[in-house]
Every structure is written in C-alpha cells, then in structure tokens.
Write a new protein. Structure first.
Length: 266
C-alpha cells in the first residue's frame, strides 16, 4: 500500500476509495468458496504462490454496521473472541484516525507463529465504515525470536449497512508470511481459515452489545478521539517494513496430517 514502497504515510481518501473498489469489484477475482453466506475469492496468482490476495464476504443479520465497526476496533473485546490471537496492543497514535499497533497470532501447528507491526487507519462514511492497515517498522518493536515477523502489504475491512440492523462485511488481505509454505496451507486459508474467521467476527458482533454494557460502555476512543490516551508517534519514527529484510523460513515440507486438532473446530 505504501506509495513507492519507501515512505510511510497515512492513507487518504483515494486510498480508501481504491480499497472499497477492490472489495466490491468481482473483476479479476476467482471464487474459491461459497457456502452458508460466506464467499471467499483469490486474485490472480497461482495457488502455489504464497503472497495471495484473499477477499472474503459475509452477510451479518441482526448486527448493525456501527456495532461491527466497534468490534473490530475494541482490542479488549478481541481478547475474548479471537482465539487465534496471542497478543495485541496499540503502540501509539498518529492522528485522530490512525495509529500503530502490534498483533501476534497462532498459526496452525506445526507452522511457526507470526506477528505484525502495522499502521492502521479508519474512515466512517455515513452508514459504512473502513479500516485498513499495512506493515511498518518501529525501532522499539523489532522482530522477536519467538515469532516470524510477517508483512501486511494491504489488509482491511469494509462494513456496509444492509437495511435495518444488518450489514455486509468484506475482509481483504494480502500478506507475505515470510515463509515458503506448503501448498496445503495456501489452499486451506481460502477453504477453511478465512470462512471460519468471518463467522467468528459475526458471532462476536451478535454478543458485543451485551458485553459492552458491562465493560466501560462509554469508552470508544475510535469514535471519541478525546478519550485516546496513547502516546503520540511521529511518522519520522517509522519506516516501511520490506519483506526482503526479514527472515524467510522454508516450511514447505511440513505435512498436513500433523495439524493440531483445534484447527478443525467449526
């Protein structure tokens, strides 16, 4: 996403517009999964290519767009519903609608776990909402020995209001996992991992209003910037995270039958 690949910048209206177009367009996308209200597409690359662009869509009945927007921002709540997450926290704020954060997630065993440092930006547009990110380097958060530092080239959500109390959620991601992955992993992402993740977010949206009523209901710094107490981060502190500067591991030989059983949960 970074312009020219060298300079860290905060996405502007044209970036959000481009992201929205990618979410809504079908041109160049190949449907990989379509079942129970969830659709998954991939774009362009061969199946054996690690850095695939994946797009998913789910229709969320009984979940207003603004509720799902809160769910995707609320890191405290994410610890409750995102079982793949190991750790997440906000590092600092750049503007009223941009920050820098850390996220680490469990990969299916026997793969190594991955982590990210990303610049995230968000934009409410009437009844619709967008959240997008890409990877950056922060001097105080270098790669760790216990994780493979992965690179988000472009990742984000588009939440579209869909009538009274319902919405459609798009998730688009292009990530370099910094590893030569087995072909079964690449296939599994579109056939299993992505649909499962979308269903989790939907269920989290259904349960969020009740949870939030019991957990600091007025606190929403993503809606009310004056509540944000994060330290300020300067763009000058950041640089673009280039994939070729990171460790690249070869996991192509790992067999599928060694997958942990937890990865087979519906």
């Amino acid at each position: 996403m970074s312009r020219g690949g060298e300079v860290v910048y905060i996405p502007d209206d044209s970036d959000f517009s481009s992201f929205r177009d990618q979410c809504e367009s079908l041109e160049g996308w190949h449907c990989r999964y379509n079942k129970a209200g969830v659709t998954v597409w991939s774009q362009g690359q061969e199946e054996s290519c690690t850095v695939q662009k994946i797009k998913t869509r789910i229709s969320c009945k009984d979940v207003p767009a603004e509720t799902l927007y809160d769910v995707l921002h609320d890191t405290r709540y994410r610890r409750k519903w995102d079982s793949n997450m190991i750790e997440t926290y906000d590092i600092g704020r750049l503007t009223v609608n941009a920050d820098v954060g850390y996220y680490s997630w469990k990969c299916p065993s026997p793969l190594k776990n991955r982590d990210f440092v990303t610049l995230r930006s968000w934009l409410p547009l009437g009844n619709d909402y967008m959240i997008i990110n890409y990877s950056v380097k922060h001097p105080k958060y270098p790669p760790r020995k216990d994780f493979v530092r992965a690179v988000s080239l472009q990742t984000g959500y588009l939440i579209k209001a869909n009538g009274d109390g319902a919405c459609i959620l798009y998730y688009l991601t292009q990530v370099d996992p910094r590893g030569s992955l087995p072909k079964w992993v690449v296939n599994r992402v579109s056939q299993f991992v992505a649909p499962k993740a979308m269903k989790k977010i939907y269920k989290a949206g259904l349960k969020y209003p009740e949870w939030k009523r019991r957990h600091d209901p007025e606190y929403k710094p993503w809606v009310y910037p004056e509540q944000n107490t994060l330290p300020s981060v300067s763009l000058a502190e950041l640089s673009v995270q280039h994939a070729d500067s990171l460790e690249n591991i070869d996991e192509t030989g790992l067999p599928e039958e060694h997958l942990s059983t937890s990865d087979h949960e519906a």
